[in-house]
Design a binder for this molecule. Structure first.
Ligand code: COA
Length: 474
């Protein structure tokens, strides 16, 4: 079981103030008040904190397409979110440097635009500091007059058919990976997601129907064949590229390997919490959906007031410099990350400032994040700044879990599936109890076992007797 945090290396919505794509311009051609007649490559700027690439989901334009300012150019996906890239200028698209599904590295040109509008001083301020990006494809191509660009587009025209085919067929990279894996053409699949987005289930359904009708033996990977006794079948292997989410998980979890985990688990009686939840759900003031999570999130936050160490992070400073010793950074605000199972894979948005939330507003915020996560539309702010994580794997199944801490935190809580068990009551009678396993992992370099156990006990107290939370809530 692993939990990944999306760090603050985020994609920003492309607009006049926040654009990933910074055009490279030769200042000799640059005027702030006159229309430009130059072809400008848009390059992916360094957005920091580790993001090195994004994946093109779909193009909205093709070479020779006329665009206006704020028209959508393409949709890209990082490990964090899907983002529409819009144009800063009026002009004509001259060249697409990538096809749908391609990965784009930071510093590479996305497309070339023959700019036919003025550049505002505001845009100039953004463009100027980045106008000489050595080594990027953008800088390698000096701006050229629009008339000289037509010969560049012949290569792109062959790509355009592919781009156009993808246009209108929305799918996340994970789904596109599955399409490739199952050899399914997206245009043949009816998407049941929002705006017709093709989901994994749609692809599986399509492939199952197709294969049932035609050639089940071509399912990928092929089903094991029965071999004569004593004869080994040759293994069939297939190489698949990691999706952006998996790539990020790979890096994050590899870093987590350096953390010595102290694991602590306990069975929590949630009988009272369960009946309180049921009672609240029938109230006319109840939120549409009230799961266990808002109560548990609140319990963790209240306990953190007494054990702030569990909300800290370790500042590794410069590990190469032995004179720099690691430090603990205590964080006052509790931003609790919630591990979410989404069509793109695991995402961990966080709910900010838990102390300021009621149970109802927590439920609403959780619902909002869950909805955006399913759509792949979480905002960068939702994915950054988490201080501790809860992973409710029990909503899927499983009793025990050993959750993995991410480097920017020192603890994580994993929840198992609740279950009803027989137990002894006060007078030895057999009673029904509902229980859930809480499994904690703490960074044992800075959190000792006793502190973790005390924190876990405090949370247990709040969850087993939810009324005690009321006294502590603001
Ligand atoms: N045990 C039993 N039932 C549970 C449960 C648990 N631990 N957690 C949730 N449920 C129930 C809920 O009560 C709800 O049932 P209901 O509609 O009858 O009330 C149902 O499961 C669905 O709940 P869900 O929509 O998942 O809401 P939630 O607030 O409990 O959980 C998420 C929200 C985002 C945590 C959850 O949807 C999710 O994605 N979990 C997977 C996390 C994950 O992948 N972790 C692994 C990380 S490596």
């Amino acid at each position: 079981m692993s939990v990944i945090r999306r760090y603050s290396n985020v994609l920003y919505r492309s607009c006049s103030r926040q654009s990933l794509w910074k055009p490279v311009i030769n200042r000799a051609h640059f005027h702030t008040s006159a229309p430009l007649a130059v072809v400008k490559p848009y390059i992916l700027a360094d957005i920091g904190e580790g993001i090195k690439e994004v994946q093109i989901i779909q193009w909205f334009v093709e070479p020779e397409a006329r665009i206006e300012q704020f028209d959508k150019i393409c949709e890209v996906q990082s490990d964090k979110a899907a983002v529409d890239i819009t144009s800063r200028f009026d002009g004509v698209i001259k060249k697409l440097h990538y096809q749908a599904d391609d990965m784009v590295q930071v510093g590479k040109a996305l497309c070339d635009i023959d700019v036919q509008s003025e550049i505002s001083p505001e845009d100039e301020a953004v463009i100027t500091p980045h106008s000489e990006q050595a080594g990027s494809p953008g800088s390698a191509q000096q701006p050229q007059k629009a008339t000289a660009q037509h010969d560049q587009t012949h290569l792109d025209r062959s790509r355009t058919a592919e781009s156009a085919r993808n246009h209108g067929h929305l799918a996340t990279p994970a789904v596109r990976g599955l399409l490739k894996e199952l050899d399914v053409d997206i245009s043949e699949v009816t998407g049941t997601g929002r705006d017709g987005r093709v989901l994994k289930e749609d692809v599986h359904r399509f492939a199952a129907t197709r294969d049932a009708e035609h050639q089940p033996q071509e399912l990928h990977p092929p089903p094991p064949r029965t071999s004569p006794a004593g004869v080994e079948d040759a293994q069939v292997e297939e190489t698949i590229k990691l999706s952006p989410t998996q790539s990020q998980m790979f890096k994050t979890m590899t870093r987590s390997l350096s953390i010595p985990h102290f694991v602590y688990a306990d069975e929590i009686d949630i009988t009272a919490l369960s009946s309180l939840r049921q009672h609240l759900q029938t109230s006319k003031h109840a939120p549409q959906k009230l799961s266990y999570m808002p109560f548990i999130i609140k319990a963790v936050s209240l306990a953190l007031n007494d054990y702030p160490l569990l909300n800290a992070r370790i500042d590794h400073l410069n590990e190469k410099d032995p004179s720099q010793t690691p430090k603990l950074i205590l964080r006052r605000t509790h931003n609790i990350g919630i591990a979410m199972d989404t069509p793109q894979g695991l995402l961990v948005p966080n709910i900010k400032s838990i102390h300021a939330h009621t149970l109802t507003s927590l439920a609403a915020e959780l619902g909002r994040l869950q909805h955006l996560a399913q759509e792949g539309k979480l905002a960068p702010n939702d994915l950054t700044g988490g201080t501790i994580t809860i992973s409710n794997i029990g909503s899927i199944g499983g009793t025990y879990v050993a959750p993995v801490i991410v480097q920017s935190e020192v603890a994580i809580l994993g929840l198992g599936k609740s279950r009803t068990i027989p137990a002894f009551g006060e007078h030895g009678e057999v009673v029904r109890k509902q229980v859930m396993n809480f499994s904690w992992s703490a960074d044992h370099r800075v959190v000792d076992g006793a502190t973790m156990a005390r924190m876990a006990e405090r949370v247990k107290g709040f969850v087993q007797e939810p009324a005690t939370m009321l006294a502590k809530m603001r």
